[in-house]
Design a protein around this ligand. Structure first.
Ligand code: AMP
Length: 943
């Protein structure tokens, strides 16, 4: 019989149209999960020429061609006749199956998502039975339900259609058929269809929902009355977010999650802080009244503040952390991911069961900001994945003053970027709290089961302007006429519950009263809040707090152990074939370890990591080419030439060693740097390094540098020991990669917020990296790392240099000049030092000393003064740099140098030897570069 159903399709005039597409779709379904298609199709597909090879990679074209050929032959062999089609019913049966698929795929386009009813959407034609040649007369005919999850094998067309309509076109619009994995698609179909899109909740659950909505609305009303006109970026119109987040917390807890990290922008933030995380309303009121946080030099506005608390869930106590957030929308998402990953690493939670990220977005920014895409892209990458993020888009249909989709996006939904990773997207009407609860439960269950990202699009509205001082009708007149008449979510739901007899009016009013009283009394309003939180759930930062800035720190390390570590790094597994040049590098490192060769950059850097691991500090390094190093000096990951397997010697130093993580990142700066910031602000004991492929590429992550790395401590009191390595080389290779844009960082320096270092010897990079972790102070470190010094014959150190001493912010003259004869002092940083040194040696000058400033910020004024004091007869002091005058350290650091020079001798000035001011960082002509370089070196000795 079923053979004839298929025959009917092949003989149909629509074979190359709808039927072909349908068959293809069924076939695809079959490839991913043979049980997902009706039995008759399964049997048939298994007999196809490719049926034995059940791989999703089987070309559909092969199958389609097979159908077409078969259809042609059949048409030729048996012209269409009534006899060729077994029955009209079977024909209709096929159409019914197509109808089911259509609802799954496009039902969301006919769903009622907009609480304001402003969306103008045409329902897809293929959701109507008429599209399939079915008529109203067929409505009471019984058909097989195929793989429809309604608990019966047969049902009338009416029941099937109405069920689909209720499931897919109500107040939930589910997008999941773009997921390639059939198991996941079926999972959603089953969850939705088995309850026809609407599970029945208990009276307690409904009452709790209303209580949460009452809290969400109540806080906004209270703040509006108490602090009229003050900006709070209220949640009004999107109150359903509060029960939603609450449910995510409770349900994740019941799955055994121990920590949840939440990232969100300003809209509704105060509401969540008080109503979901349990911030004391009195503290919030104090902030409205202008209270300052002790110990912060600048602070931040209240709607950027983070918060931490512990709440009780059915699965036990859960620690909640809301990330601090700047105004730049979406940038907090990768920060949250990094923080979550650090917590998972701390707990040894490799799959993401114990720590869950929640990212809350705005609709316009979700569609518009590239970092959203970057963050999605990292969601399944080995160095960055966190076991799936629960995304909530608070879709209030307006971004500041833009609501017209012609202006805001090219995609149908604001959430479409999430489809790039096949994330399921659950759109839901915010004015249907039970639908909100249902999609939230599905989202948590999906994340916990499949460990992938999921998106909830909470379609709501914004009752007021962008903030409370804004008048929105100037730009959104019709929308705001509608909003003015719109009753609140709480009112609508309370009415519905009263009407259904679930609650009485008195009970509804009691909830409002109870909440208001709690606020009046300044009481906590989160009933599950744990008053005495279990501190083991989060990291103890006290060892790192309250340390004054110190440049010097003893970073010496036992020489014998250092040598042992070095030889362990050379242990390569049996049969592992190392590439020729890399093998040479390792052989040389062997010689360096026994003092037979001077230590070079790569060796010193590797030993810094090894010694830190030995002392119990984990190390994490990410960036685009960190395994090899941009200029091939590191080779921390070896790749077997035989089978491409990887071996990372730093992971095999000793039994039970701390983690050494090394990940070549995907091609992102913004999200990856933000991720590492999040990681470093959560894991104080580790050396966390992000290395740019080339230093100037960090400009792709400028917002992370400005808004987090350089200002986070002073705005939010969040310490961060992140290290940024910026490889570069002023080698005459053109405008890109010559400069690591030192001036950008120096311009951001104040209040000892970061450290900017330009090490010029292997020992200096070794001690600089060790200092970063061994010293309890946690400050971001920006290190400009060189290209040519990686192999420069003069840029070398000894084993003793590594074993003893510490990082030197100023390196004095190294040649034994007679200080009395020295009349000229050249100050410089970075690789130009070696050019100057070679020139002086070549010219045999004894009147000029060359001093390196290895740390430009905090500027080592005292150390410089000490070095200068040795020279009593100075007549000239020159700052020499390779960068143009408007770049490099000249403008940002000269006041420090002048202060020291003036103290030495009032009349002694500071001259400049460097390139002229330039729009571009470097010229593109090698000959011009050489001329400029020659001149600046000459100037340094003569000007
Ligand atoms: P969290 O797990 O992020 O909620 O952090 C728990 C507590 O640790 C916070 O309340 C802070 O007191 C402290 N803490 C977390 N991160 C930092 C940081 N980066 N700098 C200083 N203290 C921190």
């Amino acid at each position: 019989m079923h053979e004839s159903v298929m025959q009917r399709m092949w003989n149909s005039a629509h074979l190359s149209g709808g039927n072909a597409a349908y068959v293809e779709e069924l076939y695809e379904l079959f490839l991913h999960d043979p049980n997902a298609v009706p039995e008759e199709w399964r049997t048939y597909f298994q007999k196809l020429p490719t049926g034995g090879n059940q791989s999703p990679d089987v070309s559909h074209a092969t199958v389609r061609d097979h159908f077409v050929l078969l259809a042609k032959n059949q048409r030729r062999a048996q012209p269409v006749s009534a006899g060729a089609v077994s029955s009209e019913h079977e024909k209709k049966q096929v159409e019914v199956l197509r109808l089911i698929q259509a609802f799954r795929m496009r039902g969301h386009q006919a769903s009622r998502l907009d609480p304001l009813g402003l969306w103008q959407r045409q329902a897809p034609a293929d959701l109507s039975i008429h599209h399939y040649g079915l008529t109203d007369a067929d409505l009471d005919t019984v058909f097989r339900t195929g793989d429809l999850y309604i608990g019966k094998q047969e049902a009338t067309l009416r029941e099937i259609r109405d069920g689909l309509q209720a499931t897919y076109c109500g107040t939930i619009g589910a997008e999941f058929t773009h997921i390639v994995d059939a198991e996941q698609r079926n999972w959603f179909a089953q969850r939705l269809e088995s309850v026809r899109g609407r599970p029945e909740f208990s009276v307690e659950a409904k009452s709790h929902l209303l209580e949460r909505l009452t809290a969400a609305e109540g806080l906004e009303k209270y703040l509006g009355t108490k602090f009229p006109g003050t900006k709070r970026f209220g949640l009004e119109g999107g109150e359903s977010m509060v029960p939603m987040v609450d449910e995510i917390i409770q349900r994740s807890g019941s799955y055994g999650a121990k920590e949840i990290v939440i990232g969100m922008a300003h809209r509704g933030r105060l509401n969540l802080l008080v109503n979901a995380l349990g911030k004391n309303p009195r503290d919030l009121f104090d902030e409205f009244e202008g209270k300052r946080v002790e110990g912060l030099s600048s602070g931040d506005v209240k709607y950027h503040q983070g918060f931490s608390s512990n709440v009780m869930t059915p699965g036990g106590e859960v620690h909640l952390a809301m990330s601090f957030n700047p105004s730049h929308l979406e940038i907090v998402s990768p920060v949250v991911e990094g923080s979550v990953r650090a917590r998972q690493d701390r707990r040894g939670d490799a799959v993401g069961d114990k720590v869950v990220p929640i990212s809350i977005h705005g609709d316009a920014a979700f569609a518009g900001q590239g970092v959203v895409m970057e963050t999605f892209q990292m969601s399944q990458i080995r160095g960055f994945k966190t076991g799936g993020t629960i995304h909530i888009v608070v879709n209030n249909q307006v971004g500041f003053t833009i609501s017209n989709t012609e202006d805001s996006r090219s995609t149908e939904y604001c959430t479409d970027p999430a489809k790039m990773i096949q994330a399921p997207i659950l759109h839901v009407n915010g004015d249907d709290p039970e639908a909100v609860l249902f999609v939230t439960q599905m989202a948590v269950d999906y994340r916990m089961q499949f460990k992938r990202d999921v998106v909830i699009d909470l379609v709501c509205y914004r009752r007021r302007g962008h903030n409370e001082a804004d008048e929105p009708s100037g730009t959104q007149p019709l929308m705001y006429q509608k909003i003015a008449k719109q009753r609140t979510t709480r009112e609508l739901y309370a009415d519905a519950l009263v009407q259904a007899g679930a609650l009485s009016t008195a009970q509804v009013e009691a909830k409002v009263e109870e909440y208001r009283t709690a606020l009046d009394n300044g009481q906590h309003v989160v009933k599950s809040l744990v008053k005495e939180p279990n501190a083991e759930l989060f990291v103890n930062w006290t060892p790192y707090l309250g340390h004054a800035w110190t440049a010097q720190h003893d970073t010496s390390f036992d020489l014998k152990t250092l040598q042992e570590l070095n030889s362990k790094l050379l242990n390569i597994p049996e049969g592992f074939v190392v590439q020729r040049q890399v093998a040479k590098i390792y052989e040389d490192r062997g010689r360096m370890g026994v003092g037979a060769m001077p230590i070079n950059w790569g060796c010193a850097e590797t030993l810094a990591y090894a010694t830190l691991l030995k002392e119990g500090h984990p190390v994490r390094i990410t960036g685009q080419d960190v395994g090899r190093g941009t200029f091939s000096h590191r080779h921390a990951a070896l790749h077997s030439q035989k089978d491409a397997s990887r071996h990372i010697p730093l992971q095999h130093l000793f039994e039970g060693q701390p983690k050494f993580e090394l990940y070549d990142s995907f091609l992102s700066e913004e999200a990856v740097l933000a991720f590492e910031y999040g990681y470093a602000t959560t894991q104080p004991n580790a050396l966390v390094i992000w290395e740019a492929q080339f230093g100037d590429f960090a400009n792709g992550a400028q917002v992370v540098i400005d808004q987090f790395i350089t200002s986070g401590e002073h705005k939010w009191g969040r310490l961060c020991g992140l290290t940024m390595l910026l490889p570069h080389g002023y080698e005459g290779q053109g405008p890109e990669h010559s400069s690591a844009r030192l001036e950008r960082y120096l311009q951001l320096c104040a209040e000892q917020n970061i450290q900017v270092c330009v090490p010029t010897t292997p020992a200096q990079v070794y001690h600089m990296l060790r200092r970063q972790v061994i010293r309890p102070l946690r400050k971001p470190l920006v290190a400009l790392t060189p290209k040519s010094l990686l192999r420069h014959k003069l840029a070398i150190s000894t084993l003793e240099d590594l074993a003893q001493g510490s990082f030197q912010p100023v390196l004095p003259e190294i040649d034994s000049l007679d200080p009395k004869k020295v009349e000229r002092l050249i100050l410089c940083s970075g690789k130009v030092y070696y050019d100057l040194l070679e020139k002086r040696r070549a010219e045999g000058r004894e009147d000029t000393a060359i001093v390196r400033i290895e740390q430009l910020y905090p500027f080592p004024e005292e150390e410089l003064a000490e070095v200068m004091a040795a020279y009593k007869n100075l007549k000239h002091v020159v700052w020499c740099q390779e960068e143009p005058m408007n770049q490099g350290a000249w403008y940002c650091s000269q006041h420090h140098m002048r202060r020291v020079i003036t103290a030495y001798k009032k009349t002694l000035g500071l001259a400049y030897a460097g390139r002229d001011a330039s729009a571009s960082p470097a010229c593109g002509y090698a000959s011009m570069h050489a001329e400029q370089q020659e001149k600046l070196l000459q100037d340094a000795f003569t000007i």
